[in-house]
Design a protein around this ligand. Structure first.
Ligand code: HEC
Ligand code: HEC
Length: 228
């Protein structure tokens, strides 16, 4: 019943459910948290800063609370809430994106420490030559890197970074002035992810990448539709 409620109205977030008997966060609580994170990421990509901040301020108050948790997990919960609060108070998309990157790594840290957490299905890269599928592949790439941080799963991180190895969009029909420079920088930054091994540098790179997507969408007036 909870499940169908959740799927029917993912934005009506109720107060966080209590912890499980082992004092770990429950799967249901995690689904709300994960849903809010996905909405925040989609919002920032489509230039809706207010919605991103709204989701982050929910997370700052409703993600697992360090006070309730065993010492092995508490520090990760503290980072998630602190970074959510930072993102909720931030003005610029790059700063919100940076907070999201730090959060994803803390999610992954807690999953690794608890030996539990999500398992993400591998999806196929969308094919096609025009700008739309190219952008869909960027979305695929940052989703895979995200899942790589949250799981944590090295293969998913690397698969996402590898997707940026494809040639940038040709500059013959630029989407707008100077889009070539943005595109080249984006691909270089994405593939740099292949050289990073530790969660903290990956988190920082993720924030920079997502910030670049968001900034270019704001500058160009392009980007995906808002998540609603
Ligand atoms: C304090 C530790 C902790 C933190 C922080 C944490 N998680 Fe979790 N997460 C867990 C535990 C424990 C489970 C396993 C729950 C279960 O199955 O009982 C889990 C499970 C999940 C699941 C799978 C739920 C399902 O369908 O079974 C998802 C998705 C998830 N977490 C996402 C996140 C995201 C995104 C973040 C960061 C914003 C995060 N988690 C932060 C401990 C944590
Ligand atoms: C050079 C500027 C630029 C950068 C950098 C950029 N985008 Fe885009 N993006 C656009 C423009 C312009 C559009 C709308 C153009 C179109 O749909 O043809 C767009 C559209 C999209 C779409 C919607 C595509 C569709 O099917 O309609 C998605 C999804 C997307 N971008 C994701 C991303 C992601 C993720 C990143 C970062 C990894 C990114 N973009 C980086 C300019 C950019």
């Amino acid at each position: 019943m909870w499940m169908s409620l959740l799927l029917a109205c993912p934005r009506a977030q109720p107060p966080a459910p209590p912890l499980g008997p082992d004092l770990f966060p429950t799967a249901l609580h995690m689904l709300y948290v994960s849903d809010a994170m996905d909405l925040a990421r989609s919002a920032i990509l489509s230039g809706d800063r207010a919605e991103a901040r709204r989701q982050l301020s929910w997370l700052a108050n409703n993600a697992p609370s360090a006070e309730d948790l065993p010492p092995s997990l508490a520090p990760f919960a503290a980072i998630v809430r602190d970074q959510a609060a930072r993102g909720a108070a931030a003005r610029e998309p790059v700063e919100i994106a940076a907070a999201l990157g730090e959060m994803a790594t803390a999610c992954g840290g807690c999953h690794a420490a608890s030996g539990l957490g999500p398992i993400f299905a591998v999806e196929l890269l969308p094919p096609g030559m025009s700008p739309e599928p190219h952008m869909e592949r960027h979305r695929w790439a940052i989703d895979s890197m995200w899942e790589g941080l949250v799981s944590p799963d090295d293969e998913l991180w690397r698969a996402g970074a590898m997707a940026f190895l494809e040639e940038p969009l040709p500059d013959t029909e630029p989407m707008f002035e100077a889009s070539g420079a943005w595109t080249n920088a984006l691909h270089a930054l994405g593939t740099y992810g292949l050289e990073l091994d530790d969660p903290d540098t990956r988190a920082a790179l993720y924030g920079q990448l997502l910030g670049m997507c968001a900034s270019c969408h704001e500058a160009s007036g392009g980007g995906p539709m808002p998540p609603r």
